[in-house]
Unconditional design. Structure first.
Length: 341
């Protein structure tokens, strides 16, 4: 039996969770700072790290108590090492090191994106849960990343493509700002889009033929131009239609390119993870196609959490990975450097 404590502080969520045998979630605590950052329209790094400092002890303590365990009963402490905000990462890292030093429980450093991927390996209480089968084509779409990854096996990553400019979540956040919708932009656009027509505007899709990369800045500019034209012509601005048409363009590109990669690399499963995988239209597009089995985490595991870090920690621990107190945070850590092969 393995029991892993996960600690996540890479951005604006302070989170801790305990996982047993890689399948059973014994505790899952998330303290979100989203309301605090909403007034700045984005994450304010200095505010984020101060808030982590204030809440980290209580969050980890709660996770341990909810799991009815003591620290020495743990097999490993998995902590997000990067990528993320340096000042935020350091808070979780120091907490993990302190616990490890005091108890002798080994540390395992986790890449935040690897955590997002492993959220597809958490069965929760879902009786229909099936483990993704390799080779896996994984789409990570979050606030800072849009990446297509090939996983031939556990902990083995080949990056096929990434965003050349804005990440998918970043595009949602920026377009929401253009449309005067509240932060965070993803959920606001989704809500507005539900009352809009996705065909109202034919926004461009950057297919970038011959490459697995993504680009969303042209789409963002197209929304801005359309807004300016509507204003200049004195025509009504139907935010719902703009939001729905923007969302349709993003979903189209993400879904079609992922399916094409799955065909090319003979994938047995597709995994979609990261904050944008919470998007209802994106989930529907993937679940409606019947060509490949698709694994998308439940909503609460799409955005930042520590269960995913504990799950990745479980697999790393099983594969013999251990870190020591010399481990430091890596704010720009590429996922591919984690590959065990
Ligand atoms: N329903 C939704 N539709 C679209 N986007 C969404 C939705 N919910 C959240 N998002 C977007 O997800 C992003 C946050 O995701 P996540 O917490 O994984 O990002 P992050 O941790 O800040 O970035 P990264 O994981 O790349 O370091 C935000 O950009 C947010 O707008
Ligand atoms: Mg994230």
């Amino acid at each position: 039996m393995t029991r892993v404590l996960g600690i996540e502080t890479s951005c604006d969520e302070t989170a801790a969770a305990v996982l047993e045998d890689g399948t059973q979630v014994l505790s899952d605590v998330v303290a979100s700072q989203a309301d605090l950052h909403a007034r700045y329209g984005g994450v304010f790094p200095e505010v984020a790290s101060r808030e982590h400092i204030k809440t980290i002890y209580a969050v980890v303590d709660q996770a341990i108590k909810d799991a009815h365990l003591s620290i020495p009963e743990l097999d490993a402490i998995a902590v997000t090492r990067g990528p993320g905000l340096a000042g935020s990462l350091v808070v979780g890292m120091n907490m993990a090191k302190g616990l490890s030093l005091a108890s002798g429980v080994p540390l395992v450093g986790i890449n935040h994106l690897e955590g997002h991927l492993y959220s597809a390996w958490i069965p929760q209480e879902n009786p229909e849960y099936r483990e993704p089968q390799f080779p896996v084509i994984a789409l990570i779409v979050s606030g800072g990343h849009s990446s297509l990854i090939l996983m031939q096996d556990h902990l083995t990553y080949t990056q096929l493509g990434r965003t050349l400019d804005d990440a998918a979540g970043e595009a949602f956040d920026k377009v929401a700002r253009l449309l005067n919708l509240p932060y965070p932009g993803g959920p606001s656009i989704q809500k507005a889009a539900e009352n809009g027509n996705g065909q109202a505007f034919q926004f461009p899709r950057a297919w970038l033929e011959g490459s697995w990369d993504f680009s969303f800045s042209g789409l963002k500019t197209a929304v801005l131009r359309t807004l300016q034209e509507l204003h200049a012509d004195g025509r009504p601005v139907l935010v719902e239609n703009l939001a729905a048409s923007f969302q349709a363009a993003v979903v189209d590109v993400l879904c079609q390119k992922t399916l094409a990669a799955a065909r090319q690399f003979h994938a047995c499963s597709i995994v979609v993870a990261g904050g944008v995988s919470a998007n209802r239209a994106l989930r529907k597009a993937f679940l409606d196609q019947k060509e490949f089995p698709v694994h998308i985490p439940p909503l609460k595991l799409c955005t930042d959490n520590a269960v995913m870090i504990a799950t990745a920690g479980h697999y790393r621990f099983l594969h013999g990975f251990r870190d020591d107190l010399s481990m430091d945070v890596l704010p720009n850590w590429p996922l591919v450097s984690m590959s065990q092969k």
